[in-house]
Write a protein that binds this ligand. Sequence first.
Ligand SMILES: Cc1cc2nc3c(=O)[nH]c(=O)nc-3n(C[C@H](O)[C@H](O)[C@H](O)COP(=O)(O)O)c2cc1C
Length: 330
Amino acid sequence: MNLSTTYLGMMLPHPLVAGASPLSDDLDGVKRLEDAGAAAIVLRSLFEEQITREQMAEFANLESHADSFAEAASYFPSPHAFALGPSQYLEHLRLVKEAVRIPVIASLNGATPGGWIEYARLMAEAGADALELNLYRIATDPETTSADIERQAIETVRAVKKAVTIPVAVKLSPFYTALAHLAREFDRAGADGLVLFNRFYQPDIDPEELAATRTLHLSDSSELRLRLHWMAILSGRVQASLAVTGGVHTALDIVKATMAGAHVTQMVSALLIHGPVYLGTVLDDLSVWLQEHEWHSLAEMRGNMSLLKVPDPDAYERANYMLMLQSWRA
Ligand SMILES: Cc1cc2nc3c(=O)[nH]c(=O)nc-3n(C[C@H](O)[C@H](O)[C@H](O)COP(=O)(O)O)c2cc1C
């Protein structure tokens, strides 16, 4: 069965990629992912705050400005909260590149335009085959407009593209007003791939302790639907290759994502639950499903559910919304 695909200009034997997660924090984990058949791996994100913290710590030591450092750093998680510090991250990336033959995608989450550039370059120098820019950001300031946020995000992509020659993918949030337009702007800024979607931190409230609680829930296949919807909207409308992350658990999830237009599907929760060997099970299931349904390759179904085939997508979306509401029967 021909499962091959192209993502960020890289030829891959199949679309199943291990997404950014702790699974690739050590060499053993990375090798297990490769042995289990991952087509590529994304390392977890390095956060700009980690970099700033390391630089600020050096500044505090050198200049004896410990007090101002302590105040400015009071919101940052302690360095122990991170599995890999900035220098360790680059060293880990180098070692991972030596240890495996599959493409390795490094991930960076910056907070300021300048903050992205240097580390994007260092990651490329350390051998990353591509970069994934994790644009996770919660805009809490009511004075900040959607146009400001989008402009900054686009400038970031443009600046990183200028700084490196390796492909750059952008991991997006679903919470933009005009996502189709923004996706096209990323495309114009040179993004080689769009990754749909980041999962957002959704705090709960502990009413006894009067505290916000952080719990990391793993996904299930129901999360895929938001991704399928937007993948089908964007497929064929951007040059960038398209990746789904979020809710990919089964072979059928991969089939649906591919029909919506995905070039690759990233998996994290399913691998944390079942272990890397689960990749092999899903790939076997995928081949069997395609054979049983008389498909010869994944490529021939890619994007066949794209909304490009619909003459008036806005009206189509609205009609489906109304029909969905009318479909409920007590
Ligand atoms: C424990 C854990 C750590 C993660 N770390 C990162 C990260 O560092 N950077 C990132 O972009 N996404 C990170 N993610 C998000 C995943 O890459 C992925 O987008 C998300 O879990 C949705 O995919 P899934 O449904 O297959 O889990 C993390 C997810 C989990 C569960």
